[in-house]
Write a protein that binds this ligand. Structure first.
Ligand SMILES: Cc1cc2nc3c(=O)[nH]c(=O)nc-3n(C[C@H](O)[C@H](O)[C@H](O)COP(=O)(O)OP(=O)(O)OC[C@H]3O[C@@H](n4cnc5c(N)ncnc54)[C@H](O)[C@@H]3O)c2cc1C
Length: 362
């Protein structure tokens, strides 16, 4: 079988890149290990243009958020499934200084688009603490990642473009004009392996900083809102009186299993904001493909130009990947520039310094 591009991995990165490249007319196949604990299946899937206590726009917010609804709506039509839900995010103020910061930011045009400073506080105060009031972030939302990934599997299988297999570095044969894995030959291979890229001897010199995260699902009759709440933890309504709550961050961890400590930490933070009864019905953990400088990794291998990487989306895969999938498609199609902050060329010195002697050679 001859194709143009092999993608390794079918989390959010591999799936969204594959669908974007197919739309651009590339011949693509995806090879992925069938794994249930991947980050993309644990993720709450939230997109939020304003973050942090200082009420600032996230990196590239204007570019990312202007394309998100249209991007996912197009995929909902293609994949015949519903998985993207625009939602406001209510943020109760934690201090008077946060309140002041927010009110001063809400004036300028570039923030006004994302903020509602006159939400219905009383409606929220029936189930959460908000003595100082709060504000709503507009243009937030969430991706039901499991529905999206399942719909992508069906679509790729129907088009004979998905192969279920773990790929070891030894399975990859580099040729003069491309790359082969078994009977599949391509001119390029793009790794979208999530945190497992740290085991890939072609790219493990990049400064990854994987971060374990844990989330809960809670159930409550008394939390009545369509919007998300964010204070210490996020509370995301997912239907049927269920809410996703999270998330923890840990840069040192033993495995990808849920821990008692994270359960207690999340409940403690939840109890600081929620004033009504709830029960915990699920607890999951995953490992985010985070990076040391909090920017994704895009580009091609310094020596083996047939190998590329599309990874490092950390805790913001749902909002970052659509924008960068389009950018990578343009890069592959007509050598359009990659944003310097994400182009792995900037880490060439690390490659030269730490190049792993185990890296297979052509
Ligand atoms: C608790 C938690 C909460 C989160 N909440 C959010 C959120 O609210 N919003 C948000 O935007 N992001 C969130 N994230 C982050 C989000 O999950 C990631 O940004 C995104 O899912 C990363 O996708 P990925 O495809 O790069 O990696 P992964 O989801 O890890 O997928 C990697 C894929 O590669 C495959 N693979 C790896 N190695 C091989 C190999 N050698 N051979 C074959 N297949 C291979 C795996 O099987 C898998 O299919 C959260 C993450 C966690 C853990």
């Amino acid at each position: 079988m001859n194709v143009e591009i092999i993608i390794i991995g079918q989390g959010l990165a591999g799936s969204l890149l594959a669908l974007t490249l197919l739309k651009e007319g590339f011949e693509v196949v995806v090879i992925a290990e069938n794994e249930t604990h991947l980050s993309s299946r644990v993720a709450a899937g939230i997109v939020n243009p304003i973050t942090g206590k200082r009420v600032v726009k996230t990196w590239l917010a204007d570019q990312l958020f202007s394309i998100l609804p249209g991007f996912y709506a197009e995929l909902e039509t293609l994949l015949e499934a519903k998985f993207f839900y625009p939602k406001s995010i209510y943020k109760p103020f934690e201090s008077v200084s946060e309140q002041n910061d927010c009110l001063s930011k809400s004036g300028p045009d570039d923030y006004a688009q994302y903020m509602n400073i006159t939400p219905d506080h009383e409606a929220y105060s029936k189930f959460i603490q908000n003595p100082l009031g709060g504000f709503e972030i507009k243009e937030g939302g969430y991706l039901d990642t499991n529905t999206f990934l399942d719909a992508t599997i069906l679509y790729l299988q129907k088009n004979k473009r998905l192969f279920n297999q773990k790929v070891n570095v030894e399975d990859i044969i580099l040729t003069e004009n491309g790359v082969s894995i078994g009977a599949i030959h391509a001119s390029k291979l793009i790794f979208c392996e999530g945190h497992q890229a740290t085991l890939n001897t072609y790219f493990n010199w990049l400064p990854f900083a994987p971060a374990k995260g844990e989330v809960l699902t809670i159930e409550s009759d008394a939390i009545v809102t369509e919007n998300m709440i964010s204070r210490g933890v996020f509370i995301l309504p997912i239907g049927n009186k269920k809410f996703r709550v999270g998330a923890t961050y840990a840069w040192t961890f033993e495995d990808a299993n849920p821990t008692q400590k994270a359960l207690e930490d999340l409940k403690e933070k939840l109890n600081e904001v929620v004033t009504v009864p709830y029960t915990v019905s699920e607890h999951k953990a995953g490992i985010r493909p985070a990076t040391k400088y909090r920017r994704p990794f895009l580009g091609q291998h310094p020596v083996h130009h047939q190998l590329g990487i599309f990874n490092g989306f950390g805790s913001k895969g749902v909002s970052l990947i659509p924008f960068f999938a389009r950018q990578y498609a343009a890069f592959l199609k007509n050598r359009a520039e990659l944003l310097p902050e994400v182009n792995i060329e900037q880490y060439l010195s690390l490659y030269l310094k730490t190049k792993n002697p185990l890296e297979p050679s052509t």
